[in-house]
Write a protein that binds this ligand. Structure first.
Ligand code: PEP
Ligand code: MN
Length: 354
């Protein structure tokens, strides 16, 4: 059992100090979580019974007595649904948000072609990696700062939020101003220095599940970000490693659903890395929507055979568009909606987006 006191926003310093002293006087310890969670006190060293006389204290808006190891992301913390916004899109509500784009940012033309294709099909955000976690050191490692600049160009020219991976704490601050969402890649789910760096800034974090991580470890990684001060976390299931090698990974759809049931965080699915197979991506995407998950992140490349990373799993624009049409047809049957296609974007000329 973990006990937290969520304080009134306008609680005076004196009343908070008084509460801390009272907790101290019964042998407990009250520690404040870092901003912007400064309104939460974590109480340790006392039983629930011993705290009873303090339950009505004027500084406290409500007490949270939460079972389990990840109290701040647990569903029980909030009575109502919570959402995380990326640009104008809400994840965790009625809307099923689709993020799409190339695995890596490769060039201006490649990124803009992919961006136009995915936006015109109804994606709500553009993905693209500038810092790439590659299994081999000899593989393309990403364009780095130049890739971030290209993402920022697409972001401004097409008015689209961009999602990109940060692999190290030192990368977080330099890209802050140019991006909208930080992706924590599967390999970095337990990079605690990175999670802590992302906790003390306010942009949303797309937290992928490590291929060898349990659900509990995944949710604890989210707890790092939330307890450190950033509540804008979206979970992403991208396949785990099993004995099966026919697919790139094994998509744990039930695990994704369980994560959604256990927490108040939106949960999306990455069918591209989970399967590694374009022919399976639509089916797994429809299943994710039908399962009530909150969205997708999908790799789309204008010319997969020329891609510098993950080409074999990329959808071409036409496949992506067909999939989006089908998702839009399924959505009403399961009480969800998808953003309509932005057909005008497809017709923008190079001059208009330069
Ligand atoms: C990616 O999104 O391109 C990526 C490397 O994903 P993951 O971290 O899930 O392997
Ligand atoms: Mn990839």
């Amino acid at each position: 059992m973990m006990i937290f006191a969520e304080l009134h926003e306008n609680a005076s310093e004196e009343s908070v100090e008084e509460l801390e002293d009272l907790i101290d006087s019964i042998g407990g310890l009250a520690s404040q979580l870092p901003p912007p969670n400064r309104t939460i006190l974590r109480v340790t060293g006392v039983t629930r019974e011993a705290l009873e006389p303090l339950r009505q204290h004027s500084a406290v808006a409500r007490w949270l007595d939460i079972d389990g190891t990840h109290p701040l992301v647990s569903r029980g913390r909030f009575e109502s649904e919570r959402t995380v916004c990326i640009g104008g899109a809400e994840f965790g509500g009625i809307e099923f948000g689709v993020i799409a784009g190339p695995c890596s940012v490769e060039s201006r033309d490649q990124l803009l072609a992919a961006a136009k294709a995915v936006l015109s099909a109804g994606a709500v955000a553009l993905r693209g990696g500038a810092y790439k976690p590659r299994t081999s050191p000899y593989d393309f490692q990403g364009l780095g700062p130049q890739g971030i600049a290209l993402l920022n160009h697409a972001r401004n020219a097409l008015n689209v939020p961009v999602v990109t991976e940060a692999m190290a704490p030192a990368e977080v601050e330099p890209m802050y101003e140019y991006i909208d969402v930080y992706q924590v890649g599967a390999r970095n789910m337990q990079n605690y220095a990175l999670l802590k760096a992302l906790a003390v800034q306010d942009k949303p974090v797309l937290l992928k599940r490590g291929p060898g991580s349990t659900l509990k470890e995944w949710l604890l990684a989210a707890e790092y970000i939330v307890s450190g001060g950033n509540e804008n976390v979206i979970l992403c299931e991208r396949g785990i490693r099993s004995y099966e090698t026919a697919n790139r990974y094994t998509l744990d759809l039930a695990g994704a659903k369980l994560a959604q049931q256990k927490t108040w965080l939106p949960v999306i699915v990455d069918p591209s890395h989970a399967t590694g197979r374009p022919e399976l991506i639509p089916a797994m995407s429809y299943a994710s929507l039908a399962a009530g998950l909150d969205g997708l992140i999908v790799e789309v490349h204008p010319k997969p055979t020329e891609a510098l990373s993950d080409g074999p799993q990329a959808l071409v624009p036409q496949q992506f568009e067909e999939m989006m049409t089908q998702l839009r047809a399924i959505a009403p049957a399961v009480g969800r909606s998808l953003r309509p296609p932005q057909r005008d974007v497809a017709n923008l000329s190079a001059r208009e987006i330069s």
